[in-house]
Design a protein. Structure first.
Length: 373
C-alpha cells in the first residue's frame, strides 16, 4: 500500500498543478460546459469562442501531450524492439506486443494534436485526416485498455489456476485475444472515422477537429457512442482488472508467497486506470449527458484530463517490466551491451588519440634529428 501511495503522489500533484495553472490562466473567462462545443448554424456563442482559444487549451494541453510524446515514444520503441527480437514468443509476450503497438499508434497521432492546439484549435490537415487522427486516438486508447484487462486475465490464470494454465495460456488463445484487441480498436475508431469531425466556425477564423459539433449529432450520435464506449471498453475492463489482481494478491498471501512484485503490477494498473483514464472518461460521459445545459464547466478539465490520459502510454512499459521476467532479463542485457559498447568506443577513441599524439611526437623528433644532422 505504501508503494502504491508513494507512486501515485507525484501524478496526483501533476494533475492538481495542471488544473490550478489552467484556472489561473483563464480566471477572467466565463466557463460554459462542453468538451465538443454545440454548433448553432455553424457558429459558437461568444463565451464558447473565448474558451476554445483560451491559454489552457493552447498551452497546457499541447505541452502535456508533448511531454507524453517525448517520454512515451522512445520507451515504447525500445519495448517493441525487445519484445519482437529479444524475447521468447510466449502467450503473455503476444499480448504485450499488441499493447505496445496500440500505445505507439496513439503516440504517433499526438504531434498533429499538439500542432492543432498550439495554433488555437485550428485544424489545417483536412477532414479526412481529422477523422483518422480522432479515430486512431480514441481507438488505440481503448484498445490498450482492453489489452490491459486481457493481461490481467492472463496473470490471473497463471497464478490462481496454474493447472489450467497450460490449456488456457496457449499461443492459439493469445492469437484470439489479439484479434479481440483489434476488434475493440476498430469498434471504437470506425464510428468516429465514419462521421464528420471538422467544422469551420463561421464567427471565428478557425476550423475545429472534434471540438465543435452540431448539437443534434451530439445528442443522437455521440452520446450513445461514448456511453457504450465507457461501459464496454472502460468500466468492464476496470472491473476485470480489479477482480483479477485482487484474486492474485489473495492467492499469493494465502500461500505465503512473496507478493511485492504483484503489488507493483497492481499499483501500476491502478495508476493507469484510476489516475490517467478515469477522470477523462467520467468527465466525457458527464458532458455528453448534459449537452443542452450550460452549467457543467467541463471543457478545460476534460481537455486536460484527456491529455493526461496519454501518459498511460508512458506507464505501460513499466508494466511489461514487471509482468514479463524474460522482458526484464533482455532489457538488462540490452542496457549492459549498450554500456559496454559505449565504453569500448570511448576506449578506442582514446587509443586513437594517444597513437596520433605519439606519431606526431615521433615525427617531430625525426624532423629535429634531420635538421641537426
Amino acid at each position: 500500500m505504501k508503494l502504491l501511495v508513494s507512486s501515485t503522489e507525484p501524478i496526483l500533484c501533476l494533475l492538481f498543478i495542471c488544473l490550478h495553472v489552467s484556472s489561473a490562466l483563464d480566471s477572467n473567462i466565463s466557463k460554459p460546459g462542453g468538451r465538443s462545443w454545440p454548433l448553432i448554424n455553424g457558429s459558437l456563442l461568444d463565451n464558447h469562442k473565448e474558451q476554445i482559444q483560451s491559454n489552457s487549451i493552447t498551452l497546457v494541453v499541447p505541452i502535456l501531450c508533448l511531454v507524453s510524446f517525448i517520454i512515451g515514444l522512445p520507451m515504447n520503441l525500445i519495448a517493441l524492439w525487445i519484445l519482437l527480437f529479444r524475447t521468447k514468443k510466449l502467450p503473455s509476450t503476444i499480448l504485450l506486443i499488441n499493447l505496445t503497438i496500440c500505445d505507439l499508434m496513439l503516440l504517433l497521432v499526438l504531434p498533429f494534436r499538439i500542432f492543432y492546439h498550439f495554433i488555437g484549435n485550428n485544424w489545417t490537415f483536412g477532414e479526412t485526416f481529422c477523422r483518422i487522427v480522432v479515430g486512431l486516438f480514441y481507438g488505440n486508447m481503448y484498445g490498450s485498455v482492453v489489452c490491459l484487462a486481457l493481461i490481467a486475465m492472463d496473470r490471473y490464470i497463471a497464478l490462481v489456476h496454474p493447472f489450467g494454465a497450460k490449456v488456457l495460456r496457449s499461443k492459439k488463445n493469445s492469437a484470439y485475444m489479439s484479434v479481440l484487441v483489434w476488434i475493440a480498436v476498430a469498434a471504437a475508431a470506425v464510428p468516429l472515422i465514419a462521421s464528420k469531425q471538422s467544422h469551420k466556425i463561421e464567427n471565428l477564423p478557425i476550423t475545429t477537429c472534434h471540438d465543435a459539433l452540431p448539437v443534434e449529432k451530439l445528442e443522437q450520435y455521440f452520446l450513445p457512442y461514448f456511453a457504450t464506449i465507457f461501459s464496454v471498453f472502460f468500466l468492464l475492463p476496470l472491473l476485470v482488472v480489479l477482480f483479477c489482481y485482487s484474486a492474485v494478491l489473495h492467492t499469493l498471501i494465502s500461500e505465503g508467497e512473496r507478493f511485492a512484485h504483484a503489488i507493483r503490477v497492481t499499483g501500476l494498473m491502478l495508476i493507469v486506470f484510476v489516475v490517467f483514464l478515469l477522470p477523462s472518461n467520467v468527465l466525457m460521459l458527464w458532458h455528453y449527458s448534459k449537452i443542452r445545459t450550460d452549467s457543467s464547466n467541463l471543457y478545460i478539465p476534460y481537455s486536460i484530463a484527456l491529455s493526461l490520459s496519454t501518459f498511460n502510454s508512458c506507464v505501460d512499459p513499466f508494466i511489461f517490466y514487471y509482468v514479463s521476467k524474460d522482458f526484464r532479463k533482455r532489457l538488462w542485457e540490452a542496457l549492459c551491451c549498450f554500456v559496454l559498447e559505449s565504453e569500448s568506443s570511448s576506449e578506442s577513441r582514446t587509443k586513437v588519440t594517444l597513437l596520433s599524439k605519439m606519431s606526431k611526437t615521433d615525427g617531430d623528433l625525426i624532423g629535429n634529428t634531420v635538421r641537426l644532422g
